[in-house]
Design a protein around this ligand. Sequence first.
Ligand SMILES: [Fe+2]
Ligand SMILES: [Fe+2]
Length: 315
Amino acid sequence: MRRLINGRSYVSGGARSAVILRPAVGISARESGMAFEGFWWRMMSDSASMEKVSLQNDKGKKENSGAEKERSKENRVVSSYWGVSQPKIIREDGTEWPWNCFMPWETDRADLSIDLTKHHVPKNFIDKVAYRTVKILRVPTDLFFQRRYGCRAMMLETVAAVPGMVGGMLLHLRSLRKFQQSGGWIKALLEEAENERMHLMTMVELVQPKWYERLMVLTVQGIFFNAFFVLYILSPKLAHRIVGYLEEEAIHSYTEFLKDINSGAIKNVPAPAIAIDYWRLPKDATLKDVVTVIRADEAHHRDVNHFASVSITLC
Ligand SMILES: [Fe+2]
Ligand SMILES: [Fe+2]
């Protein structure tokens, strides 16, 4: 039986049983009803008595259907994620919000109250390797992009959307291999990848990549995807710690982006339609609003990945 729970249709285990069982119950009731009625047709000629029997049958059918509904309620599987059902989001104009929620356990809006200054102080060897790796990677990035923050964001988002997909894929495979649940991590990481891809879809509305930048993305993706894949297999802890520190750098970059918007060095143009819809921003939102919500997303990814670094194993 296909149902719509919280705006998402799915087939539940309980409903499947109901589909299998109902025809058998229906046939049985129909057959016994026919035998019952046939018996009374033969035995009784009084029409008033027949009417009474018919009413009793109707009442019995209603009671059966009520009991069946109760059974169906008991078997109902609630679609939930980390114990929280995802709400159906309706826009102000009454239409349904079509995007995947980028904040899976709490809200469909960016959390602007998140602490942007939080920093994980490197404590052990893995932390120090991750921290140094990110600091080294930042040098060529700063040299290449300098203060071209629109271009920088667009190019770096093509990389930022890779780790969540690799991590989600490998945890998916672990779940299959070990016959175990993932504890919600597969979905969390895939949603992070989706959220990063939406950052890119927004940035590409503002900055059109040049041919050599497209070539660079191809090369970087080929190298980074494979390197991160191998790294994640060797050490998910190190992989997530590196992403945690990359996200700290992303917060820094978007803060600098906002400084340039505030100073007028970058024009505060109207927000792209896709961003207004995805983050449910006001119709007159600007680039500054978009960069602010993206920065909040990055702070959220920072916390998720630093937490994943101490929580996730692949064996
Ligand atoms: Fe991003
Ligand atoms: Fe991010």
